[in-house]
Design a binder for this molecule. Sequence first.
Ligand code: HEM
Length: 503
Amino acid sequence: MTSLHLPTLWASALTAATIFIVASISRWLRKPKSFNVPIVGADSGDINALKARYVQEADNVLREGYERFKDAIFQVVTPDGPRVFLPRKFAHDLKEYNRHQASGMKALADRHIGHYTTIDHESDIMLGSIKIDLNRHLGNFVGDVEHEVAYCFETQFPPCHDWTPIDLHDKLLRVVSQASARIFVGYPMCRNEEWLDCSTKFALDVMTGGEKLKLWHPYLRPVAQYFVPEMTQIRGDHQRALELLLPELNRRLAEPANPDISPRNDMIQWMQERARKMGDKSFNNKELANLQMLTATAAIHTTRLALIHALYDLAARPEYVEPLRNEIVEVTKDSKGVLQKQHLTQMKMLDSFMKESQRHSPPSVATFQRKAMVPITLSNGFHVPAGTIVQCNTNILDEAPAEWGDPHAFDGFRFYRLRGRSPEDANRFQFASPTYDSMQFGFGRDACPGRFFASNQIKIILAYVLSHYDIKFEGGATERPRNFMFEVNVLADPTKMVLFKRI
Ligand code: HEM
């Protein structure tokens, strides 16, 4: 009997010991790294309440950190562990490091567990196509984008002969995705319903899938990913994108080479050209489809959100409508109202209004985030170990220079006036100019490369709305809806409708 039971007992003891050791190592490995800097809200001692507060009102948490610790680094308790926030001034230190040393993309990928959600994919082909090709050709696209925007409003919006409620989140998703697709995949692909659906849904699947998978222990995620429906959808989105693109790619391949016809001018073309010039043998149709999805993810939701904020601000402040309309009429008077590239540069009041709207409702309250890929020591001696994500507290309005006037007021023409002071200021205070005082598009050499394109898209769409519609809030509300926070991300209230009436 005894001899029969001994091996069983030994085996059980061994199993128990193994489980204990693995669990201890796992707990130790998961133990969030803590930093030797003060914690916002430490006195409360309720970790779960602190985490929930970060998720729901990170703006207030960061403001509290700023007020209590001013120029000092502090940390915040988050569901992903403690996070270090740097005062704005440290952006100067970090911007000295290149993207392989301090990476914005890796920080973003980590946040959304990009290894699983597929966004941990940095591509020189994609970056070059945006930074160089897209920006070089921007001026040529004004007519095309304007045309696509008009087509979208005509086909997607109700007639609005009388005041009609419009769900901006829904309608502008369509306008922005179609107008962007005009440049990313060209015509007629930009009107392909399935493509538009696929390229906009992918970002949502990444966000939701990432959050759901994060609820699982990291060791279980390789298996757990198959239980999260959005993770399956992400794989499906990639496959669908490839299937949808293939006919277009084959059509292009079949076109006879004609040196007299200039090559197509869109991101499909630029990506293919770049891959060819770089001799990148790994680039194929599948990779092209993936890069298109990633570009759409970076471009569409950010631009749509900036537009919604601007329209909420406009609906709440009708006194801006007339001067903005006058500016549009004035700059386009010699082309009978048709927009040309120089008109967008000349719309300085509109540019200022957009920048002020974005100052009050930025995409995030910590737009400058970097993952240290190498150990980094900041100018105050603070050591950032490799693998750590740090971010700057970039949305403290009180930090605005005194010359900007009351930082808390909504002054839509603040930057218009500042630009008028000197030629240097005329550039510095543009919507698409990231500076130390305006980090809504990030800062330094890795600031958003799509900002000029976004600026043009937003101007074209706002100019269209201003020229064709009156807008106001339902029930005569004169206050814009309060923003929602999800962690550091600033979201526009999706429950509010704006009334549109055609003029
Ligand atoms: C209003 C619209 C937009 C906003 C608010 C926005 C904001 C940002 C911000 C804050 C960053 C991080 C910059 C940093 O960490 O220094 C970023 C990066 C990026 N954005 Fe945008 N973006 C917008 C539109 C676009 C568009 C239209 C595109 C593509 C055409 C785009 C492509 C990218 C890419 C590829 C990066 C990563 C850059 C890199 O790592 O070098 N964005 N964007």
